[in-house]
Design a protein around this ligand. Sequence first.
Ligand code: PHE
Length: 391
Amino acid sequence: MMRKQTMTFLGLAAALAFLVGCNKPGSSADGGAGGDIIKVGEYASLTGSEASFGDSSHKGTQLAVDEVNAAGGVLGKKVQLLTEDNRSQAGESATIVKKFISRDKVVAVLGEVASGRSLEAGPICQQSKIPMISPSSTNPKVTEVGDYVFRVCFLDSFQGAVLAKFAQSTLKAKKVAILHDVKSAYSVGLADYFEKRFRADGGQIVANQKYSSGDKDYNAPLTAIKGANPDAVFVPGYYTEAGLIAIQARSLGITVPIFGGDGWEAPELIEGEATKKAMEGCFYSTHYSPEDKGAKVQTFLQKYKEKFGKVPDSMAALGYDSAMVLFDSIKRAGTTAEPQLRDAIAATKDYEGVTGKTAMDEHRDAKKPAVIVTIKDGQFKYVETIAPSQL
Ligand code: PHE
């Protein structure tokens, strides 16, 4: 009797496990591509200090997933996006991506915006041979991790050169002071690339000062910068500190233009009257402009606005493009198995994205134009586009 009950129970448990297994086809040993679902993991800074980045990037990614699913999915399967928040904190991205790979059996990973966090998760994807596509990490080291790590944006070697050219030809600056964030791989790299190019073109770096993300008082480095009497100040960092730096620079009497890179792009950069005033006339480089009248940008803009009620920024556009490049690659590969999917991503040649044509080079990086934006009358305004061929 006892034995029979146990047997029945075991039989029931087996049947249940089978049913659960059927509902979660992606969790089987087939690399997440079984059944009618394709699982993709996205790690993002949805909360914490850089939440603006993660939120935008995620919304763009989500829009791509919804669009592809509405059109019948990929290879006849629906895409399931698993999104996890790393709270903008070091250490979290590695943990999340490990979970995506071992527990959820995702076929690919999308993320991150900040180079430091992409550098954390990249080695895990590489080791497990699960492709990772970063939407917007620009530090060259990100894809040097190995042949499973890709990006759909330009590099800081290019962005640094764009800004050096811009400082020289548009700002007519001969002497520039730099203030960079020692805690950010992105900031350290971009400062370095800018400096090399600016010097090579005959410019002078009259001060190179440091801060650490989260600092509130910039008086010491800014006083040193003021003493060096630059024609412009370069602040390669994130929007989280740029506003405060600009306010303190202005109150110290530094009146020259302050400029930055894509890390400045967030509505928070000009939040509040004091920041707006301090930022007036400042510039930064980024990946796309919603003022672009091209059909691809305008369609994306309209769909994004309908869904989220706001204008998409560069991170949203790149989040969208990163997911679309992945889906396009899965279609071309005809499978989510490896190494076929990796090879198909590497073979991306002419994907027409919102941020321009995306082609993977031999280092798994994309070559794309940069856009210069200024703050005029308290608003972001498109200035010019600089293509790789113009440098
Ligand atoms: N490029 C930055 C980095 O690598 C992140 C970023 C991308 C910021 C796009 C703003 C816009 O860290």
